[in-house]
Design a protein around this ligand. Sequence first.
Ligand code: SAH
Ligand code: F3S
Length: 481
Amino acid sequence: MEKTIDESKQGQSLVLEEKKGNTRKLFIESYGCAMNFSDSEIVASILSEEGFNTTQSLEEADLVLVNTCSIRDKAEQTVRKRLQKYNAVKRINPKMKVGVLGCMAERLKTKFLEEEKIVDLVVGPDAYKDLPNLLSEVEEGRDAINVILSKEETYGDISPVRLNSNGVTAFVSITRGCDNMCTFCVVPFTRGRERSRDPQSIIEEVNELWSKGYKEITLLGQNVDSYLWYGGGLKKDFDKASDMQKATAVNFSQLLELCAKAQPKMRIRFSTSNPQDMTLDVVETMAKFNNICNYIHLPVQSGSNRILKAMNRQHTREEYFDLIDNIKRILPDCAISHDMITGFPTETEEDHQDTLSLMERVKYAFGYMFAYSERPGTLAERKLEDDIPEAIKKRRLAEIVDLQQEHSKFNTEQFLNQIVEVLIEKESKKSSEHWAGRNEQNTMVVFPKEHYKVGEFVNVYVEDCTSATLIGKAVGLSDNN
Ligand code: SAH
Ligand code: F3S
C-alpha cells in the first residue's frame, strides 16, 4: 500500500467564484503536493484576468490545465492516463486546448509535445506569468512552451484565487525550489534553486486572509526551515549579500514570529521541515506563541545511517533523535509525522530493521510511506542500481505501514477523555450530521453538528477514536473565537 499526501484531493478539479464578464471556461486539476494546489490558485488568478472562469465540467472547457507531479513514476502515469481522458473529450470538442503545468512539464520539456499529441502547452512551475503570451501562441495554432526556472520568488505579488476553498484554511507559499539535493529526489531539478518570498508580502497575504474570514494558514515550502529573506535572490547567493542585507535578513523562526504576531488568532501551521535545517529557535518560537500549532512534519526517509548517507541526507539517526528529544522537551504535546522510503538502492534487511526501530523510538502520529521509485536525472539514478526487487520494496512498505498504524492508534488514544480544540472545516465525509476539523496536532476530529458553524473554534470532548480520527462531542465554543 502506498500512501500519498492528501489523497482525498488528488486530481480534484478546482472551481472559483465567477468573475463577471468572463466568457471562457478553464478546467484545472492538480496532482501531487500542496505546492501544486497552491500554484493552481495562482494560475487561476492569472487566467481570470484573461477572461477565464473555472468549470468543473471537462466537457465544456475551452482550456484544460493539469498541474503535474514527478515525484514517483506512479504520479506521472496517473497524469498520462488523464491525458488519454482529455483526448477522448477533445474528439467531441476539437477546439479545446490542453496544457501541462508543474513538475512533469519542467522534467520533460519539449518531449511532452512530441510524446503526447494532445498537449498544446507546456509550462514549468516558474513560468505561469507567461501564460497569457503562451495562450496567444496556442490560439494562433502553434504549440507553446516555457520551462525557464527563476532566481526570484516569482509570484509574491499575485493574490491567489482560492479554489474549492472551505473559506477557513489556506496555503501561503513562502519559499520555492530546494537546494538539498537528496539523491532520490527530482524536486531540485523540476522546481529549481531555493528562493524565499518577501516577508512583507507574506504578512499582507496573511492579513488579507484573516479579513476574508480564514482562520488557519499553512506556510508552504519544500524546506521551510531554510527560509531566508535578504532582499531577494537565491539562498545559495546569500554569502554575496551586503553587510546591510545580512544584518536585516529574516529567517524562518523570525518569519513565524512575524506571522504569529500579525494575526494572533490565526492558527499557523507550516510544511515541510527538514531535520538538517530545522533549528531549535523554530521550536522555541512555536512554544512562545499559542497560535502556532504544535505539529511538525519532519520527514526522515530511513532509519539507517548508511542509507541516510547514500540519500545525501545531512544528518545521522542519532542527530535526528536529538532533534526529536529537543522538540519533545520544549513542546511536550507536539505531534510529529514523517515521510519514509523503503527499498532505496542497496537497502538491506538490517537497514530496514533500523527504519522500524527508529519508528518505534519516535512513535510518529502519522506518516506518508513510499516504495522507492527511480527518477531520471537524479544522482541515485545515475550512480546506483535500482537493485531492490519490487516485491521486497512492497513487503518492507507493508511492514512500516502496519507499524505506523499501531503508532497512529497509540497516538490517537492519548486524546481519549480529553478536551481538544477543533477548528470546524467541513462536513464529515461519512455523516451529514457531523462536523469535521482538526485539533492543533493535525488529527481529524468529528462530532455532532448541533448549532456550531464552519470556521468556529470548538472544544470537543473525545469519547472514541480510530487510528486516524477522534470522535467526540462539542462542549462549547473555545475562547479563541
Ligand atoms: N520537502 C518536500 C519533499 C517533497 S517529496 C516536501 O515539501 O514535502 C515528498 C516525499 O516523497 C519525500 O519526503 C519522500 O519521502 C518521497 N519521495 C521523494 N522522492 C521519491 C522517490 N524517488 N521515490 C519514492 N519516494 C520519494
Ligand atoms: Fe526533495 Fe530532499 Fe528537497 S526530499 S524537496 S531534495 S529536502
